[in-house]
Design a binder for this molecule. Structure first.
Ligand SMILES: Nc1nc2c(c(=O)[nH]1)N[C@H]1C(S)=C(S)[C@@H](COP(=O)(O)O)O[C@H]1N2
Ligand SMILES: [Mo]
Length: 310
């Protein structure tokens, strides 16, 4: 749903954000900086986005999860296995300068300089539901651009059918790489039509700020109709390929983590039901919605048996 459309993105922050959120943000951010979970501000605030998103093009219709939870309760195994590890350990990640190499079966491969991209791309704010396969969920105001715009820029060849994403794997910056829980680097993938769906967001910020390291700085994917592990963090390489790429979670436990992993309350994970979820901050569990409440993606899977292709 389009809430605001303006010719210019250069709105003052208070106009780009609903008032209660705006009023809260400074206090919350100050608290997180004090707790060491966000970069400290030395005069200027390095966490601020160079440009403020002008448009909110998606609203979940529910209040966003507080930034303290979004940036304090994370899965990012490169920094440890506990939910509080990434916020504690991801300070060693250096998100700038950062490049993303985009290639494979494309006519115009390119290397993205993320700082320059952040300074130029026409960002939107999108409030999406976010559902982890572990059974918890949040509502998150992301800042990003539709991934499809990048796909169009590199001009995939007709033979490109899938997109493969890879996270940085630097043991100096990422202490979690010492433990072999996953086959590093963290890899994920989408079918090309999924990658080009308007909901698929190339994300650089949250709550109007650059992504905290623990949320996948400086650039990550967000695929809101799929379980959270498909939303790969701190991306360094994107390749267009012909056949379904290997993905880290699927390689680790294929019975538990399918390539598609669309949120589906009717297909249980072998170790737990997916029928319900706990929204972080709520007490009672709520029912999980098909495709996480994004029914517009259903046509991508027409004719597919979603029990077999889970
Ligand atoms: N590189 C990388 N990306 C990752 C993960 C990870 O461990 N490493 N965890 C995934 C999982 S399981 C979830 S639920 C989300 C969590 O994103 P958030 O911490 O921003 O909420 O990131 C996903 N992307
Ligand atoms: Mo997850």
């Amino acid at each position: 749903m389009l809430i605001r459309e303006t010719p210019s993105w250069a709105l003052p922050e208070r106009e780009a954000t609903p008032e209660p959120l705006y009023l809260n943000r400074r206090a919350v951010v100050a608290g997180l900086v004090a707790a060491g979970a966000l970069p400290a501000a030395a005069g200027t605030d390095p966490g601020r986005l160079a440009r403020i998103p002008a448009r909110r093009t998606r609203d979940a219709g529910e209040p966003p999860t507080p930034l303290a939870d979004v940036a304090g309760y994370n899965n990012f195994y490169e920094f440890g296995l506990d939910k509080s590890d990434p916020a504690r350990n991801a300070g060693t990640l250096r998100p700038s300068p950062w490049t993303v190499r985009i290639g494979g079966l494309v006519r115009k491969p390119l290397t993205l300089d993320v700082d320059r991209y952040i300074a130029k791309a026409p960002f939107e704010e999108r409030i999406y539901r976010f559902r982890c396969v572990e059974g918890w969920s949040m509502v998150i105001p992301w800042v990003g651009v539709p991934f499809a715009s990048l796909v169009r820029a590199v001009e995939p060849l007709g033979s490109a059918k899938y997109v493969a994403f890879r996270t940085l794997a630097d043991p100096v910056q990422m202490p979690g790489l010492r433990s072999p829980v996953l086959d590093w680097p963290y890899r994920e993938g989408l079918r090309l039509d999924e990658a080009m769906h308007d909901l698929t967001l190339l994300t650089v910020g949250v709550y109007g700020r650059r992504l905290p390291n623990q949320n996948g700085a400086p650039i990550r994917l967000v695929v809101p109709w799929k379980y959270g592990f498909k939303s790969v963090k701190s991306v360094v390489a994107i390749d267009f390929v012909e056949t379904q790429p290997q993905t880290s979670w699927n390689m680790a436990t294929p019975r538990e983590y399918g390539f598609y992993s669309n949120v589906n309350p009717e297909v249980d994970h072998p170790r737990w039901s997916q029928a319900r979820e706990r929204r972080i901050g709520e007490f009672r569990r709520r029912e999980t919605l098909m495709f996480n409440g994004y029914p517009e993606v259903a046509s991508l899977y027409a004719g597919m048996d979603l029990r077999r292709f889970f």
